[in-house]
Design a protein around this ligand. Structure first.
Ligand code: M6R
Length: 367
């Protein structure tokens, strides 16, 4: 059932091009000019009434939501906030009827996420679920559902569910923009063209897994490392860090690149690996200056940059992994791939049970 792969995680990493295609299928108009999520029951009138969005989830799904916030804010210009589901109810969130609450859950059974959904409904908000399991509790109780068609995810570490959640956010953002008229038609078409290119671009990253295996093997000798980035790169850094901790048991922290000098820089010492995401053109110079700060303290930096910046970026880092060029907002759907593979190979190098890491369950049904 692992289809020739050594682990479910690796199989699921390689299934991502298909998961992207399946999640987009039937949701983009044939002329590639618009996105239409026919499954949504929310009306255009309702969409026009949304004043804020709360995105609530746990773990990796929470990290997908961090990207989702950027997607919704930039495409639909509606303010969005992120909450970890286990914190949401207890901070007396201000949920009003013009709040759209989006819960994100691969399994659709996570207790904290389900509890957050119920709290949102009690407060009179509409709830949209992004889930991978049709008929799950979250899917049944939400007002609207966008199913991610990633197929069953068996490995405890989430990979294809995360990236399909990103695709769901891109589609939903475009759906909102279509109703609200917040984007130029040319920008919509550019994003749709970008979405269509992603599966092949993912394939080209997967072809370079041998390089990432080497990186992972050298990382596996370290006790601790850092992931840094700005904007959506910071969101992806957090996901990369969680994935590595979860299956390799190596300590790591994800930091907004500009925040390091406010404390964490004290932990940078000779030889410590730093994985720097450098995919956002507008933030490029700033991130490079943060890389210089860690390099000056002896860090060994692996840069993950977009094709197009590689010549410049190469000068500032010790090693460079290049991902294909895409639109800034879409980069998380590519930049997370090398991080997934590094975690996988690090876990493998350390001889851990990749698919069933210690202390963890696939679905967390207790609060
Ligand atoms: O099924 P869910 O998406 O609600 O699960 C949420 C988290 O438990 C899950 O993403 C967890 O963080 C993963 N094991 C991370 O790889």
């Amino acid at each position: 059932e692992k289809a020739g792969y050594d682990h479910f995680m690796l199989k699921e990493i390689y299934e991502q091009p298909k998961a992207y295609r399946d999640t987009m299928l039937g949701r983009i108009a044939d002329d590639n000019k618009s996105v239409f999520l026919k499954e949504l029951t929310m009306t255009a009138e309702y969409i026009k009434s949304i004043r804020k969005v709360h995105i609530v989830a746990c773990g990796t799904a929470y990290h997908a939501g961090l990207v989702g916030k950027s997607v919704i804010e930039s495409l639909a210009r509606i303010p969005a906030e992120n909450d970890v589901a286990s914190e949401y109810r207890y901070r007396s969130p201000i949920i009003t009827p013009d709040t759209l609450v989006i819960v994100v859950s691969q399994s659709g059974e996570t207790a904290d996420t389900l509890a957050a959904l119920r709290e949102a409904k009690r407060s009179g908000a509409r709830v949209l679920a992004i889930t991978n399991v049709v008929g799950s509790s979250v899917a049944r109780e939400a007002d609207d559902v966008i199913v991610t068609w990633a197929g069953p995810e068996i490995a405890v570490a989430s990979t294809k569910a995360y990236t399909s959640q990103l695709i769901a956010f891109y589609l939903f953002g475009l759906h909102l923009a279509g109703v609200l008229g917040t984007q130029e038609q040319s920008a919509v078409e550019e994003l749709i063209a970008g979405l269509h290119q992603l599966p092949e671009q993912v394939e080209s990253i997967l072809e370079q897994s041998a390089v990432l295996k080497q990186v992972a093997e050298s990382i596996s000798h370290h006790k601790s490392l850092f992931f840094i980035g700005r904007g959506v790169d910071y969101a992806v850094a957090q996901e990369g860090s969680l994935k590595l901790k979860e299956i390799s048991y190596i300590h790591s922290e994800a930091y907004a690149a500009g925040e390091l000098k406010h404390g964490t820089l004290a932990l940078i010492e000779e030889g410590i690996p730093v994985i720097a995401l450098i995919t956002q053109e507008a933030l490029y110079e700033k991130t490079l200056s943060n890389i210089k700060e860690v390099k000056a303290r002896g860090a060994h930096v692996l840069g993950i940059a977009n094709a197009g910046f590689e010549t410049e970026a190469a000068k500032s880092v010790d090693e460079l992994f290049t991902i294909p060029k895409t639109l800034p907002l879409l980069t998380p759907a590519l930049s997370v791939l090398p991080l997934q593979l590094i975690s996988y190979y690090a876990s493998l190098a350390l001889g851990h049970d990749v698919d069933k890491p210690r202390n963890l369950a696939k679905s967390v049904t207790v609060e």
